[in-house]
Structure formats: structure tokens, C-alpha cells
Design a binder for this molecule. Sequence first.
Ligand SMILES: [Zn+2]
Length: 413
Amino acid sequence: MYKLKGRHIIILSKVERSIIIEGYTLLLLQPVGLSYFVAGKGINMVNRTRITEEFCKLVSIDSASFKEREMADVLKKYLTELGFLVTEDNAYEHYDSNTGNIYGFLQGALPGDPVLFSAHMDTVEPGSGKKAVVSEDGTITSDGNTVLGADDLSGVVAILEALRTIKEKGLPHRSIEVLFTIAEEVYIRGSEVFDYSIIKAKEAYVLDLSGPVGTAALKAPTLVSFTAKFTGKAAHAGFAPEQGIHAIAVAAEAITSIRQGRIDDETTVNVGIIEGGLARNIVPENCCLKGEIRSLSHEKTLSESGQIKEIFEHTAKKHGADIEFETSFGCIAYEINKEEEVVKRFEAACLALGIKTDYIATFGGSDNNNFVRNGITGIVIACGMNEVHSCHEYTHIDELERCSNITLTLMTC
Ligand SMILES: [Zn+2]
């Protein structure tokens, strides 16, 4: 049995179950083995004022990578108040940190596997003394001296608001897992050391993407960092330059010998740091290059890394210099098929809320790279952050509200 009250009810197939909330009807449908849901368009149960106040409050908490203690304590308290079983892992033991990843589980009455919602607690620098400035038109910025931290507090707030709405209105929901991670901004270190055996969900929504809400990233790159240490030979630059091996010159030749920038439509290479030399009058003995390779194709990242190593070694040898070449993985590429249920549920939630969807590949890594690597089918969804990693970073109350509504819908259907 169900009642139709909203103007925009869409029926896809046989009705499984319905919930009537504040004059709107949610119809839970079960076509060909997949759970869908539709809802009255315009459903808006989240609390705009609460969203804005919470966002401003969290922005005021300093939470640089590896220094998330205060943020973690606040979020643990919130989750506990919302009825979650909350634990903090020992991620801090792996790093010079004082905080672990915060995990929470809330049993739900709706059938189906638990769903994981995740956002990261840390923000990039400059991030000390952040302050949210709310304009009359609903735009929120920092005061211009720091980042805003919408990356990723917009995601944190959407998760909290959805949960608060569920509690306040007594909405039936799926079993929900929440993971607030540390150190995402420094190559997803927090999620790297998390123990995934405790996660029950097979699907995850990672709220950590810039762009209009409704955007989701289904594809992300492998990222390899490399460090090349060239060792030449020191000599007096005035008395005996011919006795030296100029490590900076060797490194410079090496850099110009490799392909850099956009290699193809899915691969980039960048040498971002060069350090070397001791004094004006010494032929430099050492030069260190640091760079990265990223590609949506894991294999391409590896082959590009191999080529760079070969060219660097060849150049060093040509000039009688030594080289040490080291690489480390920042994250591993993944691609989620559009036909996966995790995507279809997102599509249905956005459709129900009248939000346009857009599926993209991102060139940035996120905790989702680690989730997928650990067997969880996750996608990264936009949560209302723009111009991230800059002092011009901003969000908008409308976007925070839209993302909260999507999150609520995903939790309750
Ligand atoms: Zn982020």
C-alpha cells in the first residue's frame, strides 16, 4: 500500500515498500534484482540553518594533516550522540600523528547491505585560524588568509546532517558505516593503514570531490612519486672546474630529456622540486629531483616511470655521475562501471531530488583509491567545494544542502 501525494512521483516498476514523510511519498522499488527508489521531487528534510552553523563551527577547528585530534574528538562525540558504535584506530602509530581514523557503525532497520559514507578530517595549509565568512547570497569563503576547508568539511557536514535528519524525523535507514579519515591530503595515508576487515559494506560513497553537486568520479589515477639523487664530483669552480662533475647540469639535462606535462589524455608527468649545490664557487656534487607521474592507466604509469628511470640513468652515466632512483605509490588507479548498483543508486537519488548528474574521471587521488583496492565498490561524489587548496576556496549553502539531501536519500533507501 502506498499514497501518492507529491507532484513528481515516478514509478519505475513494482512497488516494494513505501514511507510517507511530511506529505511526500518515497516509493521503494525492486526492478530486476536491483534496489531503486524514487521520491517526490523537492523533498527537502534537511535543516539549512543547522548545516550552515555546523559548517562554520567545523571550519573554526584547526585540523592540518596528522593534527586532527580536536576534529576527531568533536566527530566522535557527534557520532556517539547519534547512536553509533564508535572506534578510533591506531593509524597514529604509523606516522608522527596524534589521531586515528574514526569509524562508526549504526544498525539500520531497512534490508540490504550496510553502506559506507566517508570524508577526510584533515585540511591543507594554510589552515590555522580558519574562519568561515557567510555572504548574503549564501556563498561561504575564508577570510582570505587561509583555505576554507570545504575540502573536506563540506563532506563531513553532509554526512552529519543526513544522520541528524534521520534521528530527528525517525526515518528508517540502511545499516550505515561512517569513516572519517586522517591525512588524506598527504597521499591518502590514513585510509592506507585502516583495517578494512571491520568494514561490512560492499559499497561506499566518498564525499570528497569539487565541482557541482551531482558530479561523481568513477575513475581515478595511479600516482607514482619519484626521487632522483644525482651525485657528481665537487671541485673548485675557479681553480679546477674540469675536475668536477656538475650534478646540477646532469640533472638539468636529464629533466629536459624526459617527456613532461600532459603526455596523453590520461597521463601527466611533473618534476616539481630541484635541490642542489652548496656554494657559488663549488662545482655542485649533489642534485636531487622530485616529481610525480599520474595516469588513469596503471600500466602507463609504470611504463612512464620505467622510461624516466632509464633516461636518468643513461644521462648520469654519460657524464660519469651516479644516480639513485626511488619510487613510491601514492595511490592505485580504479574504474567503476556505470552499471554498478552504487552508481545507479546515486543516479536515482539525484533524479528524485531533481539534481543533474555528471560522471567524470578525476586526476586526483582520494581515500576511494584505497577503498577500491580493498574490495569496496566506491565512488567519489561532489559535496560543494570549489577552488580547493587555495585561499579562494568557497562553497555555497545551496550546494551543502543539496549534498546533504543526496546523502540522506542514499542512507534511507
Ligand atoms: Zn579532499
